[in-house]
Design a protein around this ligand. Structure first.
Ligand SMILES: *Cc1c(COP(=O)(O)O)cnc(C)c1O
Length: 236
């Protein structure tokens, strides 16, 4: 067996980001294990993605389903949990669903319908997050705050979908303070939604925060941060 030689720069970056996440949890008086790192590997090829997982970051996020289709079969020897974090077209559901642990980016009622029908066909219960367009940017996908209750009701009726929480991104070109307000708005929306949510809907997970704003997201309750560029500094 060939022994694994981690790229020192990558190992250092991952350790640094983990330490920064830990610091942010301490500052927010949260437990260190309350925030999960989802490494956004869209910037790197399968070989570097393998390194990320071998170093120990096993939650990997891709924004394009095709990247998961390409990488997952090459990396089956590692216990990777694939997260789809970008828009999923309905015609890509069939090929994507068997590969992913969590779909973060469920952004339309039609996608919910398609996911339910495919999950039923392959007889599995698929964990999902509902994406909220909290900034209101027209370029961003996701449900508006006004639409989200309908989306929750729709998923609650789906036997093969399990809602675990919400996903969101800060608006384009927002500074850290504005991003933090948007993350706070996601948390407050979640807390309001919980009051009337059906029993089979959990909203425990909040997927929010990227390289530029994960500290603010953790301060506002993020349970998953999706980090790419910070992990690959000095490598790209
Ligand atoms: C690329 C991407 C990330 C990671 O962004 P960085 O700024 O590189 O950390 C997070 N979420 C989504 C949806 C992405 O597409």
């Amino acid at each position: 067996m060939s022994s694994f030689q981690p790229n020192p720069q990558l190992a250092e970056n991952i350790a640094r980001v983990r330490a920064e996440i830990a610091e942010a949890t301490v500052r927010s008086r949260r437990s260190a294990d309350s925030v999960r790192l989802v490494a956004a590997t869209k910037y790197v090829d399968a070989a570097t993605t393998r390194q990320v997982a071998a170093i120990g970051a096993l939650d990997l996020g891709e924004s394009r389903p095709q990247e998961i289709w390409a990488k997952a079969p090459e990396l089956t020897d590692l216990k990777i949990r694939w997260h789809l974090i970008g828009h999923l077209q309905r015609n890509k559901v069939r090929r994507t669903l068997p590969l992913v642990a969590l779909v973060h980016s469920v952004d339309s009622l039609r996608l919910i319908e398609e996911l339910q029908s495919e999950a039923a066909r392959i007889e599995r219960v698929q964990p999902i997050l509902l994406e909220i367009n909290i900034s209101g940017d027209a370029t961003k996908t996701g449900f508006s705050a006004a639409e989200i209750e309908q989306a929750i009701a729709a998923t609650a009726a789906c036997q093969n979908l399990q809602v675990q929480g919400l996903m969101s991104m800060a608006g384009l070109d927002t500074d850290a303070a504005t991003a933090q307000k948007q993350f706070a708005a996601v948390r407050e929306l979640r807390d309001r939604l919980l009051v009337n949510s059906p029993d089979n809907v959990s909203l425990a997970e909040l997927s929010m925060g990227m390289s530029g704003d994960f500290r603010e997201a953790i301060a506002e309750g993020a349970t998953m941060v999706r980090i790419g560029s910070s992990l690959f500094e000095g490598l790209l």
